[in-house]
Design a protein. Structure first.
Length: 357
């Protein structure tokens, strides 16, 4: 039976053009071969991944993609390409992460209720006139951005690589651009991870800088160098160790506390009580990477317990599936959780819901 070429209409999905004994054939027609390559992140190897994951035969040439297989599986594949195309039309650059997200969102039954790629871009965080807007890459990140937008104090808790600090800093820069705040305060505790400060070379400033370097690096990806220099010179952006916050009142500021798992309970209380009028605060941390001495309790752990029912304070919990670094990072985190806590490890009760209050 001859195939029928169908171009995906905006907001619509083409239907299989031939169905016989449960088998179906569908041809998707696009503008040109470049569009097809854009949908697969310029990596034809990802199409092979889709074939194996969904169980369909895929053929592509010039500006079309032909799908053959079981009718239900062909429909799954067409939903994936429709999702990718709608996201592309909305200005999202399809990379490997976006392709795999669309694939999982359709093929994984556990991901049935997660937002599609286009929905992820419903919140665009503009940090600079010459930089692309920052958008969520996972469902957890989207909920995190929503929580930051609707709460004055937010705790972002979860594994490394989930974008907790990056999105907090992007939100801070967007608020500064819109003059919702007058300045940004970025801070971290200077806690040793296996090496004492006193044995490191250099003066105090040189010893502290490595702890703050990740914040500088993130800023450089979010703002043009000239713009960042202007902000720093006018002290509209301040980066300082947590110890420097004691005794201050921070009015009309967007404050980000990073690596909060390494604050003591006293430091966390001190920090949270620095907020002044018109201020907003985001606290990020990973409870599995605490570097405090064994006799010191993490301020992040205490705060997540003491403040969970306080109105106006929001909690966003990330999971391994929210990791947006190399795909092996997810596997590494999962393997360590299984090794340290056992195969039957269940999520903490508060982690089963992404937002509270």
């Amino acid at each position: 039976m001859a195939d029928k070429d169908l171009s995906p209409a905006a907001g619509e999905l083409p239907t299989p053009s031939s169905v016989a004994d449960g088998a179906a054939t569908l041809t998707l027609q696009y503008d040109n071969a470049r569009t097809v390559l854009a949908l697969c992140a310029n990596d034809p190897g990802l199409l092979k991944v889709l074939e194996e994951k969904i169980g369909v035969k895929l053929t592509t040439r010039d500006g079309w993609i032909k799908l053959d297989g079981d009718a239900a599986k062909v429909e799954q594949a067409r939903k994936i390409f429709a999702q990718l195309d709608l996201a592309r039309q909305d200005g999202i650059t399809i990379r490997k992460h976006e392709f795999m997200y669309a694939l999982r969102s359709v093929s994984d039954p556990a991901a049935e209720s997660v937002p599609d790629l286009k929905a992820l871009s419903s919140i665009k965080v503009l940090t600079s006139a010459r930089k692309m807007a920052v958008v969520a890459k996972t469902a957890g990140q989207l909920e995190y951005l929503k929580t930051i937008a609707t709460h004055d104090v937010v705790f972002g808790i979860g594994p490394a690589g989930t974008g907790k600090t990056y999105l907090a800093m992007a939100s801070a820069l967007a608020a500064l651009r819109k003059e919702e705040v007058a300045r940004i305060i970025l801070t971290r505790p200077a806690v040793e991870a296996g090496e004492a400060l006193g044995f490191l070379p250099g003066d105090l400033q040189e010893k502290i800088f490595p702890y703050l370097r990740p914040l500088y690096d993130a800023l450089h990806t979010l703002v043009e160098t000239e713009e960042l220099q202007k902000y720093m010179e006018k002290r509209m952006i301040e980066i300082a160790p947590l110890a420097y916050m004691r005794g201050r009142t921070l009015d009309h500021a967007f404050i980000v506390l990073d690596e909060a798992q390494n604050t003591t309970t006293e430091q966390m209380f001190m920090f949270l009580t620095r907020m002044g009028q018109g201020s907003k605060c985001v606290v990020t941390g990973d409870r599995t990477q605490i570097d405090l001495p064994a006799n010191k309790r993490s301020g992040l752990v205490e705060a997540s317990q003491a403040l969970k029912n306080v109105p106006g304070i929001g909690f966003a919990y990330f999971e391994e599936s929210d990791v947006v670094r190399h795909e092996l990072v997810q596997a590494i985190i999962r393997a360590y959780r299984q090794h340290r806590y056992g195969e039957q490890l269940a999520p903490a009760p508060e982690e089963r819901g992404r937002r509270k209050n």
